[in-house]
Design a protein around this ligand. Structure first.
Ligand code: T68
Length: 831
């Protein structure tokens, strides 16, 4: 019995490593039934599918537990340098399949369940994915933590446990209607809450100066209110490598003090309401993926998770006697966009106000601990917070930001003299239209590195978005091209292709994706091509089954599957895709082309619009309207079909992408930072039709021009056209096919004769067309006609598809992680 009354660490049973359940069908069944009976409290005969799913998830957890505890033990012992990935979003997707893959238990579990009379597919289908992100940025974070675990790099992912993730999208009369995403309603078997390890996070109030016991002038923050941040831990299993990293998501709950301090007037109802107030912070994910709204609650969310994470790391992860001047040798906080940038003044506040370090020492440490990833080029997407709001919510942080800015601008003056224009351009504080903090500038000044997410994006970031900073900080800017995890997006999503690959080139490619190069010679092998086509056909049948069950729609056999799945945004140009569909439709109804001569195509869209983004919602309405007209017009003889399954998410992506023939990546050049869907399609053997934008550029370079349908203006041409004064209507006037397509919308062909239903879309295209859809229309149609011609030769098409797979190994997120490690983090693998 230990003297302090704590746990007896030397109990013989506690000394043994945590035992995993036996890796056998019997061992699994025993563990599963035990979970069903003792964990879930039901007999097999009385259990529901959800009972079985929850018991299964917990059983699979047991197989990961020994690895998780061992990973934590070793990290504590070695104190190896690691990454703290700070991200407001993690778009994880379903967990069960990935956990089974990581433990190599899929077959054993399927067999064991079958013995219990349960089909594993029914339990897989029961899982509601945690949709704790909007799109590419959130999914990227999920891919990165997967890769780091697989590569044995110490990493903690920090984020927010939203009670409601990205909304569930439904269509009512073709219009988007949002429903809450109650992903926790049926139980959350993958999370481990630790209310006892909560951190306190404070807001508001004021600052004051005082003289400490050594006679030094110091500042302290006297906040007005406090909430508790409760950590919920998730396992992040490496792929069959014995490592399990941690994802720690924070939930806000009320503190008792909270109730007393501001709401205790003996009013019970009010006290309960204050509880709700505190819990609001982690209640819901903001669904705006590109235009930050400057909402107070969003800033609360950002500070909430970042403050909790820094406190957690300094107080609970680091050993007690840690020398804080060594912090940069122990941790790098990677800022996933500007959302967590308030972490910079927070670390300064903790180091200076709480730990008593000198400002300059603290600033040296801070600069060594952060790096910043930018994910956009759209000016309206760059986050700013008004000084009024920031000062009200985080008064001490605002003071710290002002001082950082003062010292920074002083350095700028030293270098460039009193160049007031430059000073104004570079100031972290903007003066117009209101005084505000430019979070990207703060991140750039504080970060040891700043990276863009594809070559073109990083170059434009240096040359167009932050040129003054690039000049001031030579060597600070770098590129890390995005990647995707092949475990989820090839192995799990496309088992047929994975099997074919392994049969052909052996194992090992899943963790060394460049080895897909070994597939190149198989592109010339007729039998291999036939098998490759059969995999694609089987994936289409699987998609058909999913969509029939989900939405009652069918995917016709023998159609080319032409897919555009991504958030709805004008810069991504879903309208250009719609104009192509209408063009094909018009060619047939006008009699120019016989329906029988059309290449049969099914167009699949998947896209959520931010609820407040009117134009995006109007475009969704238009797609659905065009779809119902096209799908019901017998003159087309079923050769064109438009499907828009609602609520596109990771789960659906895993079914749609492996079935696709054609990947639509048609953003205006210079606007899509990278794209990551583009990579998933190429790796699953779809050909891309795309602009010279984002990572498309690198995809085309790798797969070869002849295996990629490039079209559209290049970024410098876009600039030039805009500078010369872009007049969209001139394209409408001079291109009869384009004119006919737009006229069809305007004359009510897709709206039952209503000539005004799509006024906003038509008006916008003709008068503004910010993203030059009309200017790229002719080139797009020409490229699509080439696609049709190419598809007619199935042998050639398959050859090109195989080469897309073989040459896209670069886009593994393992490679992205290696680049971050080499260029930014300098964290060696731990074991
Ligand atoms: C995306 N950004 C980029 N943002 O658009 C895409 N933004 O090109 C890139 O491939 C991807 O990031 C990964 O780098 C986003 O997804 C958001 O979701 C977002 C969310 C909130 C606020 C701002």
């Amino acid at each position: 019995e230990p003297a302090d009354g704590g746990p007896n660490r030397s109990h013989p049973l506690a000394l043994a490593p945590v035992s995993s359940p036996p890796v056998s069908v019997d061992g699994f069944v025993r563990e599963f039934l035990r979970e069903l009976n003792f964990g879930q409290g039901v007999a097999l005969s009385a259990s529901t599918v959800n009972d079985q799913y929850l018991a299964l998830a917990r059983t699979v957890r047991h197989y990961l537990m020994a690895r998780w505890l061992e990973t934590m033990r070793r990290q504590k012992e070695t104190q190896a340098k690691g990454v703290a990935y700070l991200s407001a979003e993690y778009l994880l997707g379903r967990q069960l399949g990935n956990a089974l893959l990581a433990t190599d238990l899929t077959d054993i579990v399927a067999d064991g369940l079958a013995q219990c009379g349960i089909d594993i597919a029914d339990l897989r289908a029961q899982e509601v994915e945690p949709g704790l992100g909007n799109g590419g940025l959130g999914r990227l974070a999920a891919c990165f933590v997967d890769s780091l675990a697989t590569m044995s790099v110490p990493c903690i992912g920090y984020g927010i446990r939203y009670e409601f993730g990205i909304f569930r999208q439904t269509f009512v009369d073709g219009r988007q209607v949002e429903q809450p995403d109650s992903w926790l309603a049926l139980g959350a078997p993958w999370e481990f809450p630790h209310p006892d390890s909560a951190q306190e996070v404070s807001f508001g109030g004021h600052t004051e100066t005082y003289t400490d016991s050594d006679g030094a002038e110091r500042t302290r923050w006297v906040p007005a209110w406090t909430v508790q941040a409760v950590p919920y831990n998730y396992m992040v299993p490496g792929y069959q490598n014995g490592r399990v990293n941690t994802l720690r998501l924070w939930r806000s709950v009320a503190t008792e003090r909270f109730d007393l301090r501001i709401f205790n007037s003996g009013d019970y109802e009010e006290a309960v309401r204050s509880q709700t107030f505190a819990e609001n912070i982690s209640k819901v994910l903001y669904p705006e993926d590109s235009t930050p709204q400057g909402k107070e609650l969003r800033l609360q969310q950002q500070y909430f998770f970042v403050a909790a994470s820094i406190a957690d790391f300094l107080e609970d992860v680091l050993p007690e006697d840690f020398d804080l001047t060594k912090l940069p040798e122990r941790i790098i906080f990677q800022l996933n966009d500007t959302h967590p940038v308030i972490a910079v003044p927070e670390l300064m506040r903790v180091l200076v106000d709480e730990k008593g370090l000198a400002w300059d020492t603290a600033w040296e440490i801070t600069k060594g601990c952060f790096a910043y990833t930018c994910h956009t080029l759209l000016p309206e997407a760059l986050e700013v917070w008004s000084v009024e709001l920031l000062g009200r919510l985080l008064p001490r942080h605002l003071e710290i930001i002002y001082r950082i800015n003062e010292e920074f601008l002083e350095e700028v003056r030293e270098r460039f003299g009193d160049d007031e224009l430059r000073i104004r351009r570079m100031s972290i504080i903007a003066e117009h239209p209101e005084r505000s903090v430019r979070m990207a500038y703060l991140a750039t000044v504080a970060g040891s590195k700043v990276n863009g997410v594809a070559e073109l994006h990083s170059q434009l970031l240096r040359d167009k978005v932050l040129p003054d900073f690039n000049e001031f900080y030579p060597g600070k800017f770098t590129n890390v091209t995005n990647g995707i995890t092949p475990r989820r997006f090839v192995r799990l999503a496309n088992p047929g292709l994975s099997e074919l690959i392994t049969e052909s080139i052996g194992v090992g490619w899943l963790t060394d994706l460049e080895r897909l190069r070994e597939l190149e010679p198989f592109a010339a092998d007729e039998e291999f091509r036939a098998r490759f086509r059969e995999v694609k056909a089987a994936n289409k049948r699987r998609l058909h089954a999913v969509l029939t069950e989900r939405d009652g729609v069918s995917v016709s056999d023998g159609h080319m599957l032409d897919v555009m799945v991504k958030r709805l945004h004008e810069y991504k140009r879903q309208t250009l895709k719609v104009l192509h569909i209408i063009t094909q439709y018009n060619r047939v109804v006008s009699g120019e082309v016989a329906a029988a001569d059309l290449t049969p195509r099914t167009f699949i869209f998947g896209a959520k619009a931010a609820p407040g983004y009117k134009m995006a919602k109007d475009i969704i309405h238009l797609i659905n309207a065009v779809g119902s007209t096209v799908n019901n017009d017998e003159r087309l003889e079923g050769r064109l079909k438009v499907i828009f399954p609602p609520n596109y998410n990771v789960t659906l992506a895993e079914k749609v992408i492996p079935a696709a023939d054609l990947s639509e990546q048609i953003s205006l050049a210079g606007k899509e930072a990278s794209g990551t869907g583009n990579m998933k399609f190429a790796l699953n053997g779809a050909l891309t039709i795309g602009t010279d934008d984002g990572a498309n550029v690198e995809i085309r370079q790798l797969v070869g021009d002849e295996n990629f349908f490039l079209f559209g203006m290049l970024e410098p041409e876009v600039e030039a056209l805009q500078a010369a004064g872009y007049v969209p209507s001139s394209y409408y006037e001079s291109n009869p096919e384009l004119r006919r397509a737009i006229d069809a919308i305007a004359s009510g062909v897709f709206s039952g004769g209503d000539r005004h239903m799509f006024d906003s879309v038509v008006g916008n295209l003709l008068q503004e067309d910010r993203f030059l859809a009309l200017a790229d229309y002719a080139a797009y149609i020409e490229a699509q006609d080439k696609v049709d011609a190419a598809y007619a030769d199935q042998e050639e098409w398959t050859r090109a598809a195989i080469l897309n797979v073989a040459r896209s190994g670069f886009f593994s997120s393992d490679r992205s992680m290696r680049d971050y490690i080499d260029r930014i983090w300098h964290t060696p693998p731990a074991f």
